[in-house]
Design a protein. Sequence first.
Length: 396
Amino acid sequence: MEQNFIKKLKKFSLNPKTILIVYILLAIGAGIHSYLIGPQMFAGRLYTHYNNYMTFKHSFIHLIQNKDLYIEYPDEHWDLYKYSPTFALFMAPFYYLPNLLGLILWDLINSMILYIAIKSLQIDERAKSLILWFIAIELLTSIQNEQSNGLVAGLLILAFAMFEKDKPFLATLFISISAYVKIFGILGFILILFYPKKFKAISYSIFWMIIFALLPLVVISPSQLKFLYIRWFELLRWDYSESAGLSVMGWLISWFKLNPPKNLVVIIGAVIFLIPLLNFKSYENFIFRLTFLASILIWVVIFNHKAESPTYVIAISGVAIWYFAQKRKIENLALLIFAFIFTSLSPTDLFPKFLRDSLVIPYVLKAVPCIFIWFKLSYDLIFKKLEPRLDDGFVN
């Protein structure tokens, strides 16, 4: 009887409908919680707990009023807007919605795009369910902070799925949108190398990137748009020099007291990241392509000097895809558990506050498992013949 109950519970928990309901409830719950929680004090002023959402929302009205998007607006929110002018235009519907409804809709977009993206991968349903469960905590962390990271992760994974289905028009559309949400999404264009219709895909990429670059012209003048792009790139350059974040750079500083030039760290990381692309014969291997997607998702976070805890839903999506793509290995399982404990659980109340304050935060422990996994993943891409996890039904 007990075995029968466990079997039914397992079947229920892996049912895609169950997970869909959980993802919807996470989004609705996160939106309502952010709205209902009391104000917070910052720099002597009271602000909402959904400050990121307010930053996004007000960027639209600043855009159409021909204001500088990249200065402080302390009467509205306490953080700087650091996204593209196009993203500000994307936020138009949210400006006119009541905050509670807008918060729920924003969180739903982030959770549903990621859910749909994982479901669109050409892998076994059980593997998809396990991936979705594994990344759920990180998704909640991201949407509780009203961040766009679930959206970015979902768009990059959707792009891969569309390339696999020979739909480069849609694939490049999704990558382009991700790039105008967070600029590092542009790395998704590397996926073009794996597929036969490269000229067509490159043409589509140029088309979409130009369309989205010019899209704000529907509400502002060319001179204002030029001004905003100059200001955006100035902000990105300034922002680059300001912190190390939960990244490889932060790890080197906190663990080894090393502070090499950031550009050098990124260049070394980029070289390691690109070396697997020399394995031209492996391009035909679905698991190789899927694992390289995982590499992109992890790389854009661990080599991002501004990576924060909510950003890690992107990296953890890569970790989950990496683990469930390959043949079972004990070392991979150990690294997966390591990531679940220190990347996903360490920011939660399951870790006592004194541990978070004395170990997790000072030693950037949230980043460390993903860093280790990325180096292991890169080694496998370069030197190993990657095999599918056939017992989980992965298809080629």
